[in-house]
Design a protein around this ligand. Structure first.
Ligand code: SAM
Ligand code: DTB
Ligand code: SF4
Length: 347
């Protein structure tokens, strides 16, 4: 007996398309996002398997190298000087201390070390220290990533020359929701820095936060902006808002899990060869939700019990989850080979 199955044309064509596209319209992306859940997940998982081993997860580790007292007013952030969050601000860490922490992270299985600073942008006087950090962490054989706010073309080149592999700079949400979240810089400022990072030859880590009171059109618009960049970001962090007491978004309505998974799946289809990172917010996710995200195409996480200032699952919880799901950390030597498969040709 033949079963009658409704074909969802946009999903079918997304799966049959080969190579990375950069010409997504909102209605095409929305149509994928809103497809029947099983069709969307099947399509995303099919696309995922073309570029990646579905049972390998890339592990990054974060360190806050300069905490709190930030001049920007991002409505979600514990580190903004505009919000009374009770966070203690601290100065830029010493190079040896950063390299020491990176060494511990490497021993615990992280392959990429991501150093974050609560700045609008780095100051000229900090550049030598930042360069020394990049060289030190690179010297351990790890991939290096920094997130320091906006960058000038000159600073981007210096960091790239020092060996910085990735720069993280998130667009955070759609252009139209952006002003409801941040007033001290524009969406275009973010895009300008991303261009300078690319021009300097670094890889781009760029994504956003879900659960900031945005609508599904905003989630889709954010993905359209990312996927229509001239080269897809090699890493796409999708954060679930961690509500921080004292911030304007402390009481944002909780996002439906299914909407979160839909966003991961849509990101996977639209940016087929990028690492999609299940980033902040995993302490509020069940194991089943994380499993669904991995099936939908998430293949990277932050490991370690701390993000920048907020908690992340303990190493034991992740080890147990990986064992239950048959997942393994991605080995360093496999990283470039896999992620760059399609992107290299037409990205
Ligand atoms: N100051 C730099 C900047 O904003 O570009 C770098 C650090 S900033 C903390 C890095 C990213 O972390 C933000 O762009 C945002 O996407 C994410 N983030 C910050 N606070 C968060 C929160 N409470 N929940 C989820 N994601 C958060
Ligand atoms: C990203 O997208 N998420 C990370 C990283 N890039 C720098 C940061 C998450 C921060 C979560 C809140 C905190 O720890 O303060
Ligand atoms: Fe500053 Fe970054 Fe926090 Fe915004 S997200 S307040 S720029 S540390």
């Amino acid at each position: 007996m033949q079963l009658a199955v409704d074909r969802h044309d946009d999903v079918v064509s997304a799966v049959s398309a080969r190579g990375a596209r950069h010409d997504w319209t909102r209605s095409q992306a929305l149509s994928l996002y809103a497809a029947p859940f099983n069709d969307l997940l099947f399509a995303a998982h099919t696309v995922h398997r073309r570029s990646f081993d579905p049972n390998r997860i890339q592990m990054s580790r974060l360190l806050s190298i300069k905490t709190g007292g930030c001049a920007e007013d991002c409505g979600y952030c514990s580190q903004s000087a505009h919000h009374a969050t009770g966070l203690k601000a601290s100065k830029l860490m010493a190079v040896e201390a950063v390299v020491g922490e990176a060494r511990k992270a490497r021993a615990a299985g992280a392959t990429r070390y991501c150093m974050g600073a609560a700045w609008r942008e780095p100051k000229a006087r900090d550049m030598d220290q930042l360069v020394a950090m990049v060289e030190g962490v690179k010297g351990l054989g790890m991939e290096t990533c920094m997130t320091l706010g906006m960058l000038s073309g000159e600073d981007a080149l210096r960091l790239a020359e020092a060996g910085l592999d990735y720069y993280n700079h998130n667009i955070d949400t759609s252009e139209s929701h952006y002003n409801a979240v941040i007033s001290t810089r524009t969406f275009q400022d973010r895009l300008d820095t991303l261009e300078r990072v690319r021009a300097a030859g670094m890889k781009v880590c760029c994504g956003g936060i879900l659960g900031m009171g945005e609508g599904k059109e905003d989630r889709v618009d954010m993905l359209v902006t990312l996927a229509n960049l001239s080269v897809h970001p090699e890493s796409v962090p999708i954060n679930l808002l961690i509500p921080i007491a004292g911030t304007p978004l402390q009481a944002a309505p909780k996002l439906d899990t299914i909407e979160f998974v839909r966003t991961i799946a849509t990101a996977r289809i639209m940016m087929p060869a990028s690492y999609v990172r299940l980033s902040a917010g995993r302490t509020d996710m069940t194991d089943e939700m994380q499993a669904m995200c991995f099936f939908a195409g998430a293949n990277s996480i932050f490991a370690g019990d701390k993000l920048l200032t907020a908690d992340n699952p303990e190493a034991d919880a992740d080890t147990e989850l990986f064992a239950r799901l048959g997942l393994k950390p991605l080995a360093p030597e496999d990283i470039t080979r896999e992620g760059e498969a399609e992107q290299g040709h037409d990205g």
